[in-house]
Design a protein around this ligand. Structure first.
Ligand code: PLP
Length: 383
C-alpha cells in the first residue's frame, strides 16, 4: 500500500462512492507483499496458491506474474490458472502444469478425471477407491498421498474429511505402484488458520517416517507438500507466521533429505489482508434497547466467511464518535444473516458507509445470490 492508514481509508471511501456498495476492494500490492514474505521466510518451499481462498482470475494473474505455483480443487479452478499459460508452447505448458500445478482435492468426479488426464497433472488421493478411479480415468496423472494429521487449535479443521490414516499410508503407496501409477509425494493439511504449530511438527514427523518406510520398500518419495494453514494476523491472538517459518525450516532440514522438493499450498495467507469490503447502512432500528444496523452485504454474501470459515470481521465506521455496542445485520430476510450482535460502533445514519478489513479469503469466494442480491462488485487497486 505504501500510504498512511488515513490516506488508505480516504481512498477506499472514494472508491465506494464512485462504484456504489457493496464493494470488495482487492489490493494487489498486498498480494505481492504476501507472496514475497512467504518466499523470503520459507526459501526452500515452492508456494502453490490455493485458488479456493479467492478464485478471482486477477489474483491468479498477479501471482502468476510473481512466479507462483497453484493448488486447484476443481476443473474450473484448473482452467483459471490454465488461462495464463494457454499461449505458451505445448512443451512449456506441459512443463508448467507438471512443475507448478497440483490438483489437491482427494475426491474427484470421473468426468473431472477424464478432463484432467490430457494435462498429466499431479493429483492427491487418500483412499483405495480413488486410486482405482485415477488408474481407470486419469492414468497419466502423478500422485501425491494425503495423510491425516492433527488439526487441534486450527480455526478450520479438515482432518475429519480428508487424509489417509498414517498407518495405512505405505500400503496405499505400494498399491499405487502395483497398479502401475507413480506416487511422487506425500501431503498433509494441518487445518486452516493454524494457531498450534505442534500440528505442523507432528505432521512433519509422520511424513518423515512414511518417507523412510516407503524408501525401504523400494519406492523413494520425491515431494513433500506441507499444505496450507499459515496464520494471518486477524487480531493480536494470531500466532506469528515468521516464528512458524523458522520452526518449519529447521524441522524440514532436520528430518528430510536435501534433494527432495518441498511445496506448500497457502490460501488465506496470500489474500486475506488484501481484501476490504465497504458496505452502506440501509436500515436502522432499536430492538431491546440495542441499536441494530442493516447493511447491504451480509452472511449470504461477502461475510459468508462468518459461517463457512468461522471467521470474525470487525465492522468499522469511517466517522468518529462515542461508541456503543450495536448489532449489524445483512440485507436478506433470514435471521441467520447476522454479522454481529456486539459491534462497537458510533451512532450511524442511513447512507453512512462502514468497512471490514482482512476479508480477502473465503469470503466473496462463497458469496451467493440469495434473495436476489448479487455478490459485491470487485474493484482492483495497485494492480
Ligand atoms: C487441500 C488444501 N490446500 C490448501 C488449502 C488452503 O489452506 P489455507 O487457506 O489455510 O492456507 C486448503 C483449504 O481448505 C485445502 O483444503
Amino acid at each position: 500500500m505504501g500510504k498512511s492508514p488515513k490516506k488508505h481509508l480516504e481512498r477506499i471511501k472514494r472508491i465506494a462512492k464512485k462504484n456504489g456498495t457493496p464493494v470488495f476492494i482487492l489490493d494487489h500490492e498486498k498480494i505481492r507483499q504476501n507472496y514475497r514474505e512467504f518466499k523470503e521466510s520459507l526459501p526452500r518451499i515452492q508456494a502453490y496458491y490455493a485458488v479456493k481462498a479467492n478464485s478471482n482470475p486477477e489474483i491468479v494473474r498477479t501471482l502468476y506474474r510473481m512466479g507462483a505455483s497453484f493448488d486447484v480443487a476443481s476443473f474450473p479452478e484448473f482452467m483459471i490458472v490454465h488461462n495464463n499459460i494457454k499461449r505458451l508452447s505445448r512443451k512449456a505448458r506441459q512443463d508448467f502444469i507438471w512443475d507448478k500445478i497440483i490438483y489437491a482435492n482427494t475426491i474427484k468426479q470421473v468426468e473431472t478425471l477424464h478432463q484432467l488426464d490430457q494435462y498429466k497433472p499431479l493429483v492427491t488421493y487418500d483412499n483405495i477407491a480413488e486410486l482405482r478411479k485415477i488408474k481407470k480415468h486419469c492414468p497419466h496423472a502423478g500422485l501425491c498421498l494425503r495423510i491425516r494429521v492433527p488439526n487441534t487449535g486450527s480455526m478450520v479443521e479438515l482432518s475429519s474429511k480428508f487424509g489417509a490414516h498414517p498407518g495405512e499410508a505405505v500400503d496405499l503407496i505400494l498399491e499405487a505402484f502395483n497398479l502401475g501409477l507413480v506416487v511422487e509425494g506425500i501431503s498433509f493439511h494441518v487445518g486452516s488458520q493454524c494457531n498450534n504449530f505442534e500440528n505442523y511438527m507432528q505432521a512433519l514427523q509422520l511424513s518423515a517416517s512414511i518417507f523412510r518406510e516407503s524408501g525401504s520398500r523400494g519406492h523413494t518419495i520425491k515431494i513433500l507438500d506441507i499444505g496450507g494453514g499459515f496464520p494471518v494476523r486477524y487480531n493480536n491472538k494470531a500466532k506469528s507466521f515468521r516464528v512458524l517459518a523458522r520452526r518449519l525450516n529447521a524441522e524440514i532440514d532436520r528430518l528430510f533429505p536435501k534433494d527432495i522438493e518441498i511445496l506448500a499450498e497457502p490460501g488465506r495467507f496470500m489474500v486475506a489482508n488484501a481484501g476490504t469490503l465497504v458496505a452502506k447502512v440501509i436500515g436502522k432500528a432499536v430492538r431491546d434497547g440495542k441499536t441494530c444496523y442493516y447493511i447491504d452485504d451480509g452472511i449470504y454474501h461477502t461475510f459468508s466467511g462468518v459461517i463457512f470459515d468461522h471467521c470474525v470481521y470487525p465492522i468499522k465506521a469511517f466517522k468518529d464518535g462515542e461508541k456503543k455496542v450495536s448489532a449489524v445485520f445483512g440485507p436478506t430476510c433470514d435471521a441467520l444473516d447476522t454479522i454481529s450482535v456486539a459491534e462497537e460502533l458510533p451512532e450511524l445514519e442511513l447512507g453512512d458507509l462502514v468497512y471490514a478489513e482482512n476479508i480477502g479469503a473465503y469470503s466473496i469466494a462463497s458469496s451467493t445470490y440469495f434473495n436476489g442480491f448479487p455478490p459485491a462488485k470487485v474493484v482492483h487497486i495497485n494492480r
